[in-house]
Design a protein. Structure first.
Length: 272
């Protein structure tokens, strides 16, 4: 006669009593992130995109954030052609850009990258990354929701930021309105009804008489999110120098922006 194990007899009894045996919880694996810090040729074809002094430091900070949070690991590349293709992208949950200029990618690599994002992965742009990159690739600008146009408010300027969605994971550390010191961008081909705005500069407290102010609607977004197919796009214009990267509130914005983009932390936004 077959022997019945004690566990087989015990489990139904525990279930009848509303009890379950302790089961070890699995710790979610850290997401894997790729950071692109390449400066491609300028859009005029002469020279290269502007290289921010803080570029290499961003890698150090992102790796530290990932390690301390346990949420993700960070690889870094200065070779978009070798990494932003279908084969290599299988390794990653999201790609972070702190890049400028025209990244040297073939037409096939561009198609593969867009397909990877639309399949449900994440892209994160920080400061120059995303909006100050790939001006000659229209689909790129459509994915991000706009292109860098100018920075009338130079590095070291202090302006008032409006926290447009304090409930979004990357925004909860900030009050409804606060002062911030950075380099502030304005954008072209940006339409606020096509993105979910997270931060915007308060125009009532902004010097609009400076040379280079082009937006007539006085709407100057500093951070937003949107979808690209099933993919998630997070962008923040903050992050010009080490002072910003050393600020705990900015680090939290970057951390939670990545964790939303890579799919770990859900937060649905309504974008037309």
């Amino acid at each position: 006669m077959a022997r019945i194990s004690r566990s087989c007899l015990l489990l139904p009894l525990l279930a009848a009593l509303g009890l379950t045996p302790a089961v070890a919880k699995k710790t979610p694996r850290p997401r894997r992130i790729l950071e692109v810090i390449q400066n491609g040729p300028a859009r005029t074809g002469v020279g290269f995109g502007f290289h921010h002094k803080v570029t290499d430091y961003t890698v150090q900070v992102l790796q530290q954030i990932g390690k301390e949070s346990g949420a993700f690991t960070v690889d870094v590349t200065q070779d978009a052609r070798a990494t932003l293709n279908a084969v290599n992208l299988r390794r990653y949950d999201a790609v972070v850009f702190y890049s400028t200029g025209e990244l040297p990618m073939t037409a096939r690599e561009k198609r593969e990258f867009m397909a990877w994002v639309k399949a449900g992965h994440g892209v994160v742009g920080i400061h120059c990354g995303g909006t100050d990159t790939n001006y000659t690739w229209p689909q790129w600008g459509q994915m991000w929701g706009g292109y860098f146009d100018n920075h009338p408010w130079k590095a070291g300027s202090t302006e008032w930021e409006i926290n447009a969605d304090p409930n979004f994971p990357s925004q909860r550390q900030w009050p409804k309105e606060f002062q911030w010191t950075d380099e502030f961008y304005e954008f072209e081909n940006f339409h606020r009804n096509q993105v979910h705005v997270l931060l915007r500069i308060d125009p009532a407290k902004l010097d609009l008489s400076l040379p280079g102010v082009h937006r007539t609607d006085k709407f100057f977004a500093s951070a937003w999110v949107k979808y690209w197919g099933r993919g998630r796009v997070f962008y923040t214009a903050l992050g010009h120098d080490e002072t910003t990267w050393n600020n705990p509130a900015f680090r939290k914005q970057v951390e939670m922006g990545i964790r939303w983009a890579d799919g770990e932390i859900p937060y649905k936004v309504k974008v037309p």
